[in-house]
Design a protein. Structure first.
Length: 227
């Protein structure tokens, strides 16, 4: 996605709180171009390498429970653009109609295969397609559903200056997010009021300190966290 001038940003992002982060990123335009080149090259390479394993995962999902292979929920990425994320389905096919947008660790909607995929984050592999298409990056703020983006403060909207990411420092810090919501009377309320603001503090800090080496470090930390 082409970078926009500040005046071309959506009205909801043209605030002084966002401008500070915009100016930081403007000084790192070369690094942002390299970041996009990295995303295109490695997402294409990884899709080629992981194509066969992903076919086996798809077959396991179909055999385990009724429904499609992919979960295509609407998420928000750079400049507030809506897109349908690619994820392997880890819940029963009607999960959206019988629960909230957040998931607890013992969520009864999760399938047997889905529990394994979530444990090792294999359900995220199809997001390589989103990276190749330009809707996501390897590293960046995790894409939220529209209803949660509406809860963003003016400063939080600065995270929409860059494409959403497969991983981030915040997602590593909150890799056990589902277990943190266990036992909550209203998991969605807890997520919006407590977890989301804390994750966004981390996301904004990473945005302020954006750099290619920092991104690589986040990717290595992600692999270590999963292992």
């Amino acid at each position: 996605m082409m970078r926009r001038t500040f005046d071309e940003l959506p009205a909801g992002m043209r605030h002084a709180e966002v401008k500070r982060y915009y100016d930081i990123l403007e000084k790192r335009r070369a690094a942002l171009r390299i970041k996009r080149g990295f995303d295109v090259f490695f997402s294409a390479v990884l899709l080629g390498i992981l194509g066969i394993p992903m076919l086996f995962i798809a077959a396991a999902i179909r055999l385990d429970s009724p429904g499609g292979v992919f979960y295509r929920q609407v998420r928000i990425t750079q400049y507030g653009k809506r897109f349908r994320i690619h994820k392997f389905r880890t819940m029963r096919k009607d999960a959206d109609r019988i629960g909230t947008a957040v998931t607890v660790s013992e969520d009864p909607r999760i399938t047997r295969v889905g529990r394994f995929l979530r444990k090792y984050r294999l359900d995220e592999l199809p997001q390589l397609i989103d990276v190749l298409e330009g809707n996501m990056s390897f590293v960046g703020t995790r894409p939220e559903v529209p209803q949660y983006v509406k809860k963003y403060t003016k400063e939080m909207r600065a995270t929409l200056l860059l494409p959403a990411g497969i991983t981030s420092a915040a997602s590593i810090e909150y890799k056990d997010e589902a277990s943190l919501l266990d036992g909550a009377e209203d998991p969605e309320k807890v997520y919006i009021r407590r977890i989301l603001p804390e994750k966004m503090k981390i996301n904004l800090r990473e945005l302020e300190c954006f750099g290619l080496l920092r991104d690589l470090g986040t990717m290595f930390r992600t692999v270590r966290a999963v292992l």
